[in-house]
Design a protein around this ligand. Structure first.
Ligand code: 2CP
Length: 675
C-alpha cells in the first residue's frame, strides 16, 4: 500500500500554515479543533479513569473501591485473557492466564461481585471488551438490573471496536464479517436501551503500541471509524442517533507536539466525516476521547524515569483536550503495576488537575504557528492515507489480508532499527545507561489460587442453576445467530439464566467457528546496524554446520502482544537463520509437534502476560533436553533465576538491544552445536 510522505509532519516547525486557521474558531463549535466544549476543563475536569483488574472479582472490587475513595472519578475494567477470548476459567486453554492481566469474569455472579457496593447508576464504567463483548455486556446489564439500576440509567463505555483487534490487539474470536454484525448488535441495542452509554470506543492506542507513528495511529483510527459508519448505515441503523455515543481512544507517546496536534486533528476529521455522512447533530460531531499514556515508551532500566515520561505524555493529552485519561504505572515494563506504582500514576493526575493550572486555558496551543501547521499536516496525512486505503479496497479488505498489520509492523521494525542506530535515543536504554535499578515492589498475581476459586465457583453455579433454562437459552441464542437477529437480547436472557461467558461464546463459535488471521512478517535490514564481526560469525557457524541454522519463535497462550516476537523473527532472518513462526494462540503441543519435524537449533517463546513460569515449566518437561530455549517479554528480574533453573538458556526483556540479543544467542548456539 502507498504511504504518504511523513516529511511534512517531520518538517512541521518551519512550515507556514496553509489553510489552518482553527485558532480563530470559537471553542466548542464545529469543527471542534479547539475542543468539544466551550469551557472545557474550566467547567468539568477530565475524568481520571485508571484501567485496572487482576485475579478475581473480589480483589478487583476492593481495588476499585480504594481508587474511588482516593479520588478517581470513573472506573475502567481490565478483563483477563480467557475472558477476552470467551473461555471460562476452567477451560484447558485458560489455565495459565486466569486473573493475570485482568479480572476473571465467568458469569454474572462474578460481575455482581465486581461492582458490589458500587452504585452503577452513579459511577461510569468503561469495559475494555471486544471479542466476548456480547456476554460481558449482558453480565454488566444483568448485574446492574439485580442492583436495581435499569439499562437507561447506566453510563460508561464498551470498547466494542473489533477492527483494531484484527489489526493490532489480537483478542478477536470470530471472523471479521460475523464480528462486525456483533458490533452493530451492541451499538443498536445501546442506542435503543442505554442512551447514556457510549457503545463504542474507536481505538488508535493499540496501533501506536504495536509500532505505528501518531499520524498512522490517527489515520487507521479514522479509517476504521469510516468503516463502522458505512457498516451501520448498511444495517439500517440511524447514524444521527448512534453517532452521539461513538467515542474514541488514543495513545499518548513521547512525540509531544505531534500528540497534541493529533488530538486536535482527530476532532476536525470526525466532524468532517459526519458531514460527509449527512449527519447534522452538533453533539454527534463533538469527538469525545479517552487517552492513555504509552506502554512501549516505558523503560525497564531506571523505572522511576517513567514517571517523567508518563507526566509529559499526560500533559500532551490535556493540552490536546482529552475527556478522560489513564496514566501508566512506572513499573509496567517490568511487571504488572504494583500498588505503589499505581498510586503514583493516579496521583500524577491529581497533581496535574490541582497544582498546575494546566486546565485553566482552553486549547492553549491554539494560534501557535507550529501547532496549527502540525494539526493541518496531520489532517492532510490522514486524508491521503484514507484515499490510499480506499484505492486498495477499503479497511475490511486490508484487515482480511493482514496488510494493515504488516504495515504497522514495518514501522515497528523501523523504530527498532532507529534505536539500534541511535537515531532515536531512549535514556537508560540506548544512551545514558546506568546499572542501578530503582528498588522494586512487584505485584505478584495469585493466578493458581484464582484458577482454583473460579473453577469451584463455576462448579457451584452449574449445580445450582436450572439446566432446562440454560439449554433453552443457548438454543435460542444459536437460532438467533442463524437467523441474523440482534444477539444482545438473547445473550441477556442466557446470562439471566446463569449461562456462563464461555458457554455463550461456545454456542456462537459452534455457528461461526474461531478465526485466525493471516500473518505476514516483513523483512528488515538489521545487520547494517549490528556488530559486523558478529554477523560474520553467524555466517561462519552455518558454514561449519553445512546448513542454515533453524529456529522456532512462538507466541504461546492467549497473549496477543506480538510486536516483539515479530521483530525477533525479522532480526533472526536477517542474520541468515531460517525461522518458523507460530503465531498467537499457539499451544505447547504445537511447539512439540513442530520441533519433532525440524529439530530446531533453538526455540524462542514470547510471553507478555506474566504466564512465563507455568508455560516454560511444562515445555521443558515435554521437549528434548538438548534444545536451547529462550524467552522474551515482560519478565520480572525476580523470575529470571527461576527460569534459568527450569532450563531456559536466556531471558530477553525490553532493556536488551537487538545487538545484545544476537550476541547472546550466538554464544549459546555455538555451545549447543558442539562445534
Ligand atoms: C463534560 N461534560 C461537559 C463538559 N465536560 N459538559 C459541558 N462542558 C464541559 N466542559 C459532560 C459530557 O457531555 C457528559 O454528559 C458528561 O459531562 C461526562 O463527560 P464525558 O466527557 O463524556 O466524560 P466521561 O463520562 O468520562 O466519558 C469519556 C468518554 C468515554 C471518552 C466519552 O467514552 C470514556 O470514558 N472512555 C473511556 C474508555 C476507556 O477507559 N478505555 C480503556 C482503555 P453526557 O453524558 O450527558 O453526554 S483500556 C486500554 C487497554 C490498553 C486496552 O485497550 O488494552
Amino acid at each position: 500500500m502507498k504511504v504518504p510522505s511523513l516529511a511534512k509532519i517531520e518538517g512541521v516547525y518551519s512550515m507556514v500554515p496553509e489553510t489552518a486557521d482553527s485558532w480563530r474558531d470559537a471553542h466548542g463549535t464545529a469543527p471542534f479543533v479547539r475542543g468539544p466544549y466551550e469551557k472545557m476543563y474550566q467547567q468539568k475536569p477530565w475524568t481520571i479513569r485508571q484501567y485496572a483488574g487482576f485475579e478475581g472479582a473480589l480483589e478487583t472490587n476492593a481495588f476499585f473501591k480504594r481508587a474511588l475513595l482516593q479520588g478517581q472519578t470513573g472506573l475502567s475494567v481490565a478483563f483477563d485473557l480467557p475472558t477476552h477470548l470467551g473461555f471460562d476459567s476452567d477451560h484447558d486453554l485458560a489455565a495459565a492466564d486466569v486473573g493475570r492481566t485482568g479480572v476473571a469474569i465467568d458469569s454474572v455472579e462474578d460481575m455482581a461481585v465486581l461492582f458490589d457496593g458500587i452504585d452503577l447508576g452513579n459511577v461510569s464504567v468503561s469495559m475494555t471488551m471486544n471479542g466476548a463483548v456480547l456476554p460481558i455486556m449482558a453480565c454488566y446489564i444483568v448485574a446492574a438490573e439485580e442492583q436495581g439500576v435499569a439499562p437507561d440509567k447506566l453510563s460508561g463505555t464498551i470498547q466494542n471496536d473489533i477492527l483494531k483487534e484484527y489489526i493490532a490487539r489480537n483478542t478477536y474470536i470470530h471472523s471479521p464479517d460475523f464480528s462486525m454484525e456483533v458490533v452493530s448488535d451492541v451499538v443498536a441495542y445501546c442506542s435503543e436501551h442505554m442512551p447514556r452509554f457510549n457503545s463504542m470506543s474507536i481505538s488508535g492506542y493499540h496501533f501506536q503500541e504495536a509500532g505505528a507513528s501518531p499520524e498512522l495511529e490517527l489515520a487507521l483510527t479514522m479509517a476504521n471509524a469510516r468503516a463502522y459508519l458505512t457498516h451501520f448505515q448498511q444495517q439500517g441503523i440511524d447514524l444521527e442517533f448512534v453517532a452521539k455515543r461513538l467515542s474514541f481512544f488514543f495513545g499518548l507517546g513521547m512525540s509531544f507536539y505531534k500528540e497534541v496536534a493529533k488530538l486536535r486533528a482527530a476532532r476536525f476529521l470526525w466532524s468532517e466525516l459526519l458531514d460527509e455522512f449527512g449527519i447534522r447533530s452538533e453533539s454527534a460531531k463533538r469527538l469525545k476521547m479517552h487517552c492513555q499514556t504509552s506502554g512501549v515508551s516505558l523503560t525497564e532500566s531506571s523505572p522511576l524515569n517513567n514517571i517523567v515520561r508518563t507526566t509529559i505524555e499526560a500533559m500532551a493529552g490535556v493540552f490536546g483536550g482529552t475527556q478522560s485519561l489513564h496514566t501508566n504505572s512506572y513499573d509496567e515494563a517490568i511487571s504488572l503495576p504494583s500498588d505503589q506504582a499505581s498510586k503514583v500514576a493516579l496521583e500524577t493526575q491529581f497533581i496535574l488537575q490541582h497544582e498546575t493550572g494546566i486546565g485553566d486555558v482552553v486549547d492553549p496551543w491554539g494560534g501557535s504557528y507550529m501547532m496549527e501547521s502540525a494539526t493541518q499536516s496531520m489532517i492532510e496525512y490522514v486524508r491521503t492515507m484514507q484515499n490510499n486505503i480506499e484505492i486498495e479496497g477499503g479497511v475490511l479488505a486490508l484487515v482480511a489480508s493482514g496488510q494493515l498489520t504488516a504495515f504497522i509492523h514495518r514501522q515497528a521494525l523501523q523504530t527498532a532499527m532507529d534505536e539500534e542506530a541511535l537515531n532515536k535515543k531512549i535514556v537508560g536504554k540506548n544512551c545514558y545507561q546506568s546499572s542501578s535499578l530503582s528498588p522494586q515492589n512487584e505485584r505478584v498475581i495469585a493466578s493458581d489460587k484464582t484458577l482454583l476459586l473460579q473453577s469451584k465457583k463455576l462448579a457451584l453455579l452449574k449445580l445450582k442453576r436450572d439446566d432446562g433454562a440454560v439449554k433453552r437459552a443457548l438454543q435460542a441464542l444459536q437460532a438467533a445467530a442463524r437467523s441474523k437477529q440482534n444477539l444482545m437480547p438473547f445473550t441477556i436472557e442466557a446470562i439471566r439464566a446463569r449461562v456462563t461467558v464461555g458457554e455463550c461464546i461456545k454456542a456462537l463459535t459452534d455457528e461461526n467457528s474461531r478465526y485466525l488471521k493471516p500473518e505476514h512478517i516483513e523483512p528488515a535490514l538489521f545487520c547494517a546496524h549490528l556488530d559486523a564481526e558478529m554477523v560474520k560469525r553467524y555466517q561462519a557457524l552455518s558454514s561449519q554446520l553445512g546448513r542454515p541454522l533453524r529456529f522456532l519463535v512462538a507466541k504461546v497462550g492467549l497473549d496477543g502482544h506480538d510486536r516483539g516476537a515479530k521483530v525477533i523473527v525479522s532480526l533472526l532472518r536477517d542474520l541468515g537463520i531460517e525461522v518458523d513462526y507460530l503465531p498467537i494462540f499457539s499451544s505447547l503441543d504445537d511447539i512439540i509437534q513442530q520441533d519433532g519435524m525440524y529439530q530446531y537449533d533453538g526455540i524462542g517463546l514470547s510471553i507478555l502476560s506474566g504466564a512465563h513460569i507455568p508455560f516454560v515449566t511444562q515445555l521443558t518437561q515435554k521437549i528434548r533436553t538438548d534444545c536451547p530455549i529462550f524467552i522474551g517479554g515482560v519478565i520480572p528480574a525476580s523470575d529470571k533465576n527461576a527460569l534459568e533453573t527450569i532450563g531456559v538458556e536466556a531471558v530477553f526483556t525490553a532493556k536488551h538491544s537487538l545487538n545484545d540479543i544476537a550476541m547472546s544467542l550466538y554464544d549459546i548456539l555455538v555451545v549447543a552445536a558442539k562445534i
